[in-house]
Design a protein around this ligand. Structure first.
Ligand code: F6R
Length: 241
């Protein structure tokens, strides 16, 4: 595992953004694994700015997102579909039909999980997966206790995850209770992984990730089984390291 230490969120985003742009320029038909939330937002801003200034093209790039809430339509402002369109896709020249996010409004959710896992396979796997980490060590929406062998599946969100994400909703009650997420095994199949960790509220999780044992009780620890993981963290997140 490689650790890149940065001063702050902006520098973390810049480091990650540069790595991604470099990969796209080397392999213009890359399959990118994407995340939502606060951690990757600055990276997406960097990619947009680079696209505008340096004309990096996404015409052949494919993307697969980690997860989506169950029960929100794709137009719901709190859905991850909406987040990805607003914060990234609509600003790039990426083809709509080459961006993929689990459908949390599917009528048959079990079938949707199988479809999504098959889709990743058909795309030839994920070349570069971007990840954030939850305070409880979750990656994607794989909460503590998720088997490392899991593929795309339906999850019940942990109470502290719903609380953490309630900042995007009007109230905690509005935060969905379930989600579809790529599994730990799906994530580990990615050829390369970039984990972004920013802010003091993630310091304890980062400490556990670096120094703790590998355990299904701390999902991110599975990344230690992967041979190409880069952690990009800022000073506040590195408080105990
Ligand atoms: C989002 C995702 C989650 C987040 C994690 C951290 O697609 O899969 O695992 O990466 O909850 O969220 P932020 O970045 O908002 O602190």
């Amino acid at each position: 595992m490689k650790l890149i230490r940065t001063e702050n969120y902006t520098e973390m985003s810049l480091e990650a953004g540069k790595i991604i742009v470099d990969k796209i320029r080397t392999n213009p038909s890359l399959t990118l694994g994407l995340a939502t939330g606060s951690s990757p937002k600055g990276v997406y801003d960097y990619l947009i700015q680079d696209h505008e200034e340096n004309e990096t093209t996404y015409k052949q790039v494919k993307s697969v997102n980690l997860d989506e809430y169950i029960g929100l339509s794709t137009e719901d402002p709190n859905s991850y579909h909406y987040f990805m369109n607003q914060t990234l896709f609509k600003h790039l020249d990426i083809n709509d039909n080459q961006t993929h996010i689990p459908n949390g409004a599917a009528s048959d959710l079990e079938q949707e999980c199988l479809r999504y896992e098959q889709l990743i396979k058909e795309l030839g796997g994920i070349d570069l997966q971007l990840l954030g980490i939850g305070q409880n060590g979750h990656i994607g929406f794989n909460e503590p206790g998720t088997p490392f062998t899991s593929t795309t599946h339906i999850v019940t969100l942990a109470q502290n995850t719903r609380e953490a994400n309630s900042r995007f909703f009007n109230s905690l009650e509005e935060v969905p209770t379930h989600a579809i997420t790529m599994g730990i095994a799906s994530i580990l199949k990615s050829k390369e992984i970039l984990l972004l960790v920013s802010g003091e509220r993630k310091a304890e999780a980062l400490y556990k990730f670096v120094n703790g044992e590998i355990s299904e009780e701390f999902p991110a620890s599975a990344l230690k089984y992967h041979s190409n993981v880069t952690v990009i963290a800022d000073r506040d997140a590195l408080k105990y390291i």
